[in-house]
Design a protein around this ligand. Structure first.
Ligand SMILES: *[C@@H]1O[C@H](CO)[C@@H](O)[C@H](O)[C@H]1NC(C)=O
Ligand SMILES: *[C@@H]1O[C@H](CO)[C@@H](O)[C@H](O)[C@H]1NC(C)=O
Ligand SMILES: *[C@@H]1O[C@H](CO)[C@@H](O)[C@H](O)[C@H]1NC(C)=O
Ligand SMILES: *[C@@H]1O[C@H](CO)[C@@H](O)[C@H](O)[C@H]1NC(C)=O
Length: 177
């Protein structure tokens, strides 16, 4: 029983000394030229998630990675739906197959990232490689349409995925291991 009050004191001190930046401060930081994240996009995307106002940079990275995961699985399903659509041309289906694969791989990576973010210590280098790869995957889908001079059937989805994955990557660079 004697240890209990000192644990409380320690927790109190910890919370006093590690006061987190608010979400607004974090988004302001990410809006700086080295990150180039749109401030309003950052706020509106993250503030809808319960707990984001109290989350530290690690917590926010988990939240952003989770939102990106949801986006990627949604895009993968959309690509699959269009692949099965009789009205879609064979040429478009080739691009859709590329998109399906990159969103599938991205979602797999994100699932892995979320898992290891929950078990610190975190390998900051691996995290950066993984999340950069996820951003590249979103652009790969976008690029496949441009290369074939096709009008993308997933322009909005690709754009969303690119923005949200870039946000996840940028937030992750704020983590201090
Ligand atoms: C394919 O296009 C035709 C004509 O535009 C339309 O009537 C039909 O519902 C479409 N089928 C699908 C599966 O979207
Ligand atoms: C994303 O977060 C939700 C809610 O906390 C959780 O149920 C889900 O498993 C998370 N997704 C991943 C891929 O971890
Ligand atoms: C996606 O492709 C369009 C052209 O179709 C281009 O304007 C846009 O910048 C590309 N987006 C990304 C994230 O590469
Ligand atoms: C994907 O992310 C965008 C933000 O870039 C968001 O507006 C959209 O609602 C998300 N879509 C899904 C299915 O989560």
């Amino acid at each position: 029983m004697k240890a209990f009050p000192s644990v409380l004191v320690a927790l109190l001190l910890l919370s006093l000394f590690s006061v987190n930046a608010t979400l607004e401060e974090t988004c302001k930081e990410l809006a700086k030229p080295e990150h180039e994240i749109n401030f309003d996009f950052c706020m509106t995307t993250l503030q809808v998630v319960p707990g984001s106002d109290k989350a530290d940079d690690l917590g926010l990275t988990i939240i952003a990675a989770n939102l990106t995961y949801i986006n990627f699985t949604h895009n993968q399903a959309k690509a699959e739906e269009l692949i099965n659509d009789k009205n879609v041309s064979e040429e478009d289906k080739k691009s859709l197959a590329v998109c399906h694969d990159v969103y599938d791989m991205g979602a797999y990576t994100l699932n892995d990232v979320i898992k290891y973010l929950r078990c610190p210590p975190i390998d900051a280098f691996k995290l950066k490689v993984d999340l950069s790869g996820v951003v590249t995957e979103a652009s790969t889908c976008n690029d496949t349409w441009n290369e074939g001079n096709q009008k993308s059937l997933m322009a909005k989805e690709d754009d969303d995925a690119y923005k949200i994955s870039s946000l996840a990557l940028s937030v992750s660079t704020l983590i201090h291991p």
